[in-house]
Design a protein around this ligand. Structure first.
Ligand code: CDP
Ligand code: CDP
Length: 221
């Protein structure tokens, strides 16, 4: 599908990638791919498979049995692993706390990257918004539109703890910081690569951030 516009969005946790990308996709009639959800789904699967999460070879052993079914319709989002709906389970702190351990494994990154590229290549026009950490640099470096979504650490922690009821803001903030630190060792999602447009949402509300990303897309069409 050569006419399909690919919009690549990267950024740290809590920058607004998922919610903003989904809203952008909805407004433009594009498909939407949450790659973090796939990493979370694999972490969930690896945990259930009983692998030693600290051991990279053990984590890799869970790849052949990983059957991912992830929706790309922004209006009907779900993630299934081997037929089990894990849409909500993958947002639990138990998964969030271990996802970086599986995401650092090169074979895992290669396998998931291949899945993302296949999904993108099978998506019909007008387009698809793909969001994650390495979309602008590794998964889709040739995307027509590439955006780095940022926000100050304080604002990102505030947004994330507002979403999670029942957990202390301090604990949520610490987990977010630790995860960004671990993820940063694997991929750089804090600085914009050549040709990538930065959208800083620190001072923008949700709708303004969506409009800012749509403006970048329109400037490239
Ligand atoms: O939504 P949030 O920013 O909290 O995280 P996410 O996008 O759901 O991603 C969860 C985890 O998946 C990240 O902490 C990374 O470890 C990993 N990830 C990755 O390594 N590469 C991607 N393209 C997307 C996510
Ligand atoms: O996917 P990522 O971790 O980057 O962030 P998210 O889960 O999409 O966004 C975290 C929260 O920030 C969501 O509840 C968004 O509605 C909110 N948000 C906001 O309040 N203002 C913005 N300008 C962007 C996102």
């Amino acid at each position: 599908f050569e006419d399909t516009v690919v919009v690549a969005v990267d950024g740290p946790a809590g920058s607004g990638k998922s919610s903003v990308s989904k809203a952008v996709a909805r407004k433009l009639g594009y498909a939407y791919l949450d790659t973090g959800a796939a990493y979370r789904a694999f972490a969930w699967h690896a945990q259930r498979a009983g692998v030693e999460l600290e051991e990279q070879a053990s984590v890799v052993s869970a790849l052949p049995s990983f059957e991912l079914d992830e929706a790309t319709d922004p209006d009907h989002f779900f993630v299934r692993v081997g037929g089990t709906d894990v849409t909500d389970a993958i947002r639990e702190p138990a998964v969030t706390g271990v996802v970086s351990l599986v995401a650092r494994v090169p074979d895992v990154r290669a396998a998931l990257t291949a899945i993302f590229r296949r999904i993108a290549s099978e998506t019909a026009a007008p387009g698809i918004v793909i969001e994650g950490r390495d979309i602008t640099t590794v998964v889709a470096p040739d995307a027509r539109v590439r955006v780095l979504l940022t926000a100050s650490e304080e604002v990102r922690m505030g947004r994330r703890s507002a979403e999670l009821t029942g957990y202390s803001p301090e604990a949520v903030g610490e987990q977010l910081k630790a995860r960004d630190r671990a993820d940063s060792r694997v991929v750089d999602f804090m600085t914009a690569a050549d040709g990538v447009t930065t959208v800083d949402s620190t001072e923008l509300n949700f709708d303004e951030t969506v409009d800012a990303v749509i403006a970048v897309i329109q400037s490239r069409s």
